[in-house]
Write a new protein. Sequence first.
Lengths: 263, 259, 261
Amino acid sequence: MAHALRTRRGLGRWAQTWAGVATVLVLAELASRTGLLPQRYFPPVTEMFTALFAALGEPWFWLATGQTLQGWVLGLGIAALLAVPAGMLLGTSVVRYRAFRAVIEFLRPIPSVALVPLAILVYGAGLESKVFLAVFAAFWPLLIQTLYGMQDVDPVAVDTARAFRLTRAERITRVVLPGAVPYVATGLRISSSVALILAVTAELVIGSPGLGREINAARVGGAADLLYALIIVTGLIGWGLNSMFAAAERRVLHWHPSQRGAR
Amino acid sequence: MLEVNGLSKTYGEGERTTRALAELSFTVAEGEFVCVVGPSGCGKTTLLRCMAGLLPPTSGSVSLRGHVVAGPPEQVGFVFQEYSRSLMPWLSVRDNIALPLRHKRLGKAERTRLVEEAVESVGLTGFIDHFPWELSGGMQQRVAIARALAYEPEILLMDEPFASVDAQTRADLEDLVLRVRKDYGVTVVFVTHDIDEAVYLGDRVVVLTQPPTTVQEVLAVNLPEPRDQVETKELPEFAHLRAHVFRAIKRRQELRPAT
Amino acid sequence: MNPARRRRILLIALEAGVPLAVLAGWWVWSVGADSFYFPALPTILTTFADTWLFERVGSDVVPSLARLAAGFGIAVVAGVAIGTALGLSPVARRVAGPLVEFGRAVPPPALLPFGMLVLGVGDAMKVFVIAVVCLWPVLLNTVDGVRGVDPTMLDTARVYGIGGLERLRRIVWPSALPQVFAGMRTSLSLALILMVISEMVASTEGIGYFVLESQRSFAIAEMWSGIVLLGVLGYLLNAALALLERRVLRWHRAALASALR
Ligand SMILES: Nc1ncnc2c1ncn2[C@@H]1O[C@H](COP(=O)(O)OP(=O)(O)O)[C@@H](O)[C@H]1O
Ligand SMILES: [Mg+2]
């Protein structure tokens, strides 16, 4: 009895979760079919998905998706290779940190897209521009998170390490670095979405090949159904990447004492 | 005035249930000071939340002047165990105390008077424009008491209000409660796990058992008024009463298998 | 001089000295290099003064900032309103959950073609896109903030008959405010990004339009002056929000500090 009740409630929750999506999709379909929303701008949902499935069979679609992901992965990867060591270097010495703090505080708020013209000028309209912008944007969250992580070490843990006569190098590798891992994981999640934003921006503004350029091409060509289909695809990519990093983050966070109490 | 009838409360459902209150009945008369004493985890907070209408009982009922309590009644003031979390850190002492008065139909002058009187009666006059986080734990609990008093409740429910303050502050606050209870003529239900405190403060003491919780005994305290931290606690009757309550709780524990 | 004091002076000297050294290094290098892409720093600064003080303020800076403010403002109001509703109702949260998850996952620039298709290339489109993109961080943080209100505070409100709008204004919103500000900080950076790229793809004025147009016409010093301006604006806007936050959340920091005492 109690079990049946619980299953029914679980089913109710599941239904609620999808009721919202279904309602929005059905309403959008109806609004478009009845002409309440102009079809030229808002094609019926069914047509968007038809366009989406048609695109799935086209080589250009997979090429564009691959190009966007390529820009993302190179941008995030290079940013990580630069930012994490830099953060470790600055985070392990008060002198180094204080020397560069002001420089970081001034460079960080520069909107990365301000560098779009510079990227075109120096790298042209290809992959390099996209990667340059993604690296610049993804660098800062990772640097800041790594810095926080290196600085937010439990003083008791350091004292314990001292008491056991660990050397400075051992203290850093055994105590400080493991403590910083969750922060780096958070930084990676933030930087991942930032790198994706900049990759799509480069495709849209500069015309680097990728999904962003295809979306704009669909707009120029008047293919509204394809435009929506491709936006849905970018949304799904963003969602997938974010879920992946969030799951990884939860895994490394879960043992970390500073995160245990906090939600 | 207040009647607890066959109250029981079970948390959760299925296999993961906690039977916090088994079956509880007792009454509180007009103007009385009733202490409820029981070991930690025996359901004191649960009982008080049911009495305040914050928690629906699983069965049984609480009635106030013959009306069954379904939601928080207007005549009830509450002082929470977690004083630091029941005061709003973004409001000053004055605004914290005035907060519940905003929807009472009072003039501005009347409201100010109530707040200032309450602050004075808990001895915080100089701190009325401070923020809670600028005050010590004992002072914060005074603010919570002042808030309840300014609300002018007919019945004041207090949940282990002094459990986390130091001994000296605690004695001061106990005497403060006895004094304001006279000044404001309010009925008090005071929950505590401290037997001395219960006997020192109460007109009657309701002793609870271990869970599943029932009323073990209701005890009349006939100690002379006014109570005094030194003299009252020196009296042989005081020692008697506390020994009696102690044994009552202890006996029940020995009857039960160790948990 | 004792060592601690000497160290403090060294740190302050470094903190001021290193940025100055970086700037001086750039100056010397750019003057010597005479590169086409990287004009001499003095040239950039003169161009900056010529262009932005205050020649193009009315024609480009003000429209840009006005659109940013409008989009950001709409997003904050809508984000707090919707976030409060979702935070208070588990059913609403479940119903809206997948939509919110999806909405925030779409890379913001992908919405620009959509905005242009539906709203054209005017101010309405830019404000709309900024608002949509800034909505999600505020909304999600508000939901967290509202859900995180201390249960004892909510009980206090119930016992003392504080309900409805009063409860929102006096208890729920102040308590969620630190989270709301965290969302606003994220949103502000996004707003700036969208302000710039919406002007790059569809505009005839604004700072974003100016920098891209300068690049296209190979007015490299002008382009750099625009980049510098965007950097300065980014810095000032973030600083302004941080200042506001410090003011409004004074109780929050103080309460945290006293809890750790
Ligand atoms: N919200 C809840 N859900 C489930 N169990 C609870 C809840 N609140 C209290 N309990 C359980 O009920 C019992 C009584 O708790 P409580 O009333 O807080 O006791 P006391 O205040 O006497 O320490 C405990 O075993 C506790 O774990
Ligand atoms: Mg309790």
